[in-house]
Design a protein around this ligand. Structure first.
Ligand code: ADP
Ligand code: MG
Length: 257
């Protein structure tokens, strides 16, 4: 790999609004190799919007998004990106098994109509195994706990063997143990396979231990640096983090581990 490889993800002076108001105002950040980035901000701060822009589901009003050096609109290597959207809909009654859902994570690599081959099977097995769900492969998705469901969604993204994995609040509605397991898994993938991870959360407690960089967002980017540097920032950042924590407790009603 070239020393001069471009950043994996570049958000370059990006602004976006759904209506006349800006949901994101002149946000710039660059994610390089080997990073485990925590994107933190209170509800409505634009975290999910930024993820949708990063994968090209939305288009900036101003500025540019680049993936591996290419403008997102011209980026064709979809399989290099894994994206786990924020969970919203109820899962009950979805008539697919764990293995089937994880297999759909291969579509970006093989195209819709090419046959599922040995590589695909291996990648699906490896993904199931890495999240500890091999034993539940034939379970219906609707029968899983919140934590198990999130692990399946992570496995689905991992089955595509992405280089960049974006997870939007994967820990929402998940118990503390499952949350730590997912973070441990991601950290292992970052260290062992060089996966680059952007993990959206409003949980401040976990970020110190796991994240190599923290982005604090509140419509504008308030901070981007190491968790250590964040500790030395003053009140504005602290207040934002506290707001984020409060929102987390309010929404999910769980205490810190
Ligand atoms: P977060 O993920 O940090 O909670 P979002 O990116 O979901 O924030 O939302 C940022 C802002 O954009 C909020 O004010 C939200 O109400 C608004 N918003 C999000 N999605 C839509 C949408 N599809 N249509 C209109 N407004 C939206
Ligand atoms: Mg969101």
């Amino acid at each position: 790999m070239s020393v001069n490889a471009p950043p994996v993800l570049e958000i370059d002076h990006v602004s976006f609004g759904y209506g006349s108001e800006l949901a994101l105002d002149d946000v710039s950040l660059s994610v390089g190799r080997g990073q485990f980035v925590g994107l933190i901000g209170p509800n409505g701060s634009g975290k999910s919007t930024l993820m949708r822009l990063a994968v090209g589901l939305l288009h900036p009003r101003a500025g540019e998004v680049r993936l591996f050096g290419a403008p997102v609109g011209r980026f064709r290597d979809r399989h290099r990106i894994g994206y786990v959207p924020q969970a919203t809909a109820s899962r009950t009654g979805f008539p697919a098994t764990v293995a089937e859902v994880v297999s759909t994570g291969r579509v970006g690599r093989r195209g819709l109509f090419r046959r599922f081959n040995q590589d695909d099977h291996r990648a699906v097995e490896r993904a199931l195994d890495s999240v500890g769900m091999s034993g539940l492969r034939d379970r219906l998705i609707g029968e899983l706990s919140g934590g198990q469901h999130q692990r399946v969604m992570a496995a689905r993204a991992l089955a595509g063997e992405p280089e960049l994995l974006l997870l939007d609040e994967p820990a929402a509605g998940v118990d503390a143990v499952a949350k730590v397991e997912l973070l441990d898994l991601l950290q292992r993938l970052v260290e062992e396979r060089g996966l680059v991870v952007v993990y959206v959360s409003h949980d401040f407690e976990t970020l110190r231990r796991y994240f190599s960089k923290v982005a604090l967002l509140n419509r504008r980017l308030l901070f981007y640096g190491t968790p250590g540097d964040l500790g030395e920032q003053h009140d504005v950042q602290r207040q934002l983090v506290e707001a984020a924590l409060a929102a987390d407790h309010h929404e999910h009603g769980h205490g810190g581990g």
